[in-house]
Design a protein around this ligand. Structure first.
Ligand SMILES: Nc1ncnc2c1ncn2[C@@H]1O[C@H](COP(=O)(O)OP(=O)(O)OP(=O)(O)O)[C@@H](O)[C@H]1O
Ligand SMILES: [Mg+2]
Length: 257
């Protein structure tokens, strides 16, 4: 289990996250929602070891994630950061192969198992056809799929995704989130995914955490978190929450006033 306890984050003297405690179980997709600047990416940076917390603890199955050497953490946590870049001169295959780096021996060469994981990651993200293209020549959505493929090739029990569907068309939004949800279930991954689309979050995450101004405003099932009052308070918009006619999950409908 990924466990975040009383986490406090700051940039210099400016606090961004205050007293945050949250858990993600293996097999679970936790959707992280909240307005721009709420602290979602900062939390993901802290979980991936890029931003050192001012206070608090982050552990996985009892092991302190932040105290361990980076190479060990890279075998436990894979991340697709928000607005990151692939090395433009690399081919797609080379980019996805970078995901295997934490697992390679001292010779640094890819073995049959590494190649199988790279092929699998490209296949499930529908990026195999891009294999020989240069990363710098890809569209935004194609790059996003390759970034996810790289993270999946890393094959870690914790997967952190910061707005992974931001540049994707409808088909690929659904396809990618389906892949993420199935992987969480089948491989017992603990997945934390920041999403702006509340209806996608409602469909694909078992639990949601709503961050507002660096604080956890609500946490629970989509039905518990996606309430008219909470969304009014968080986003200053009027909504109606209806049952999705297909799934019964909460369906957020904007009101024009
Ligand atoms: N490197 C940085 N240095 C200083 N302040 C930062 C830095 N990165 C983010 N911040 C500030 O920290 C706060 C939280 O930012 P963060 O990127 O975590 O928000 P977010 O919830 O991911 O927002 P978005 O939905 O826009 O991606 C914001 O006020 C932002 O301006
Ligand atoms: Mg962000």
């Amino acid at each position: 289990m990924l466990k975040i306890e009383q986490l406090e984050l700051a940039y210099g003297s400016t606090p961004v996250l205050t007293d945050l405690s949250l858990q993600v179980q293996p097999g679970e997709v936790l959707g992280l929602i909240g307005p721009n600047g709420a602290g979602k990416s900062s939390l993901i940076r802290a979980l991936s070891g890029v931003l050192a917390p001012r206070r608090g603890r982050i552990s996985f199955n009892g092991q302190d994630l932040l105290a361990m050497p980076e190479a060990q953490r890279a075998r436990l946590v894979s991340v697709v950061p928000q607005s990151t870049q692939l090395p433009p001169a690399f081919t797609v295959y080379e980019c996805v192969a970078l995901g295997r780096t934490p697992h390679l021996n001292w010779l640094g060469s890819l073995g049959a198992q590494d190649r199988a994981k790279i092929d699998w990651a490209m296949q499930v993200t529908e990026s195999a056809a891009l294999k020989n293209r240069r990363a710098g020549e890809l569209s935004g959505g194609e790059q996003q799929r390759v970034l996810l493929a790289r993270a999946l090739a890393q094959d870690c029990p914790i997967l952190l995704l910061d707005e992974p569907t931001a540049h994707l068309d409808l088909h690929h939004q659904v396809a990618i989130l389906n892949v993420v949800r199935s992987l969480a279930r089948e491989r017992e991954l603990a997945v934390l995914v920041a999403l702006h689309d509340l209806n996608l979050a409602s469909l694909f995450a078992q639990r949601l955490a709503l961050l507002v101004n660096g604080r956890l405003q609500a946490e629970g099932t989509p039905a518990q978190v996606l309430t008219r009052e909470a969304l009014q308070q968080a986003y200053s918009v009027s909504t109606r929450i209806l049952p999705n006619p297909e799934t019964g999950q909460p369906w957020v409908v904007l009101q024009d006033k």
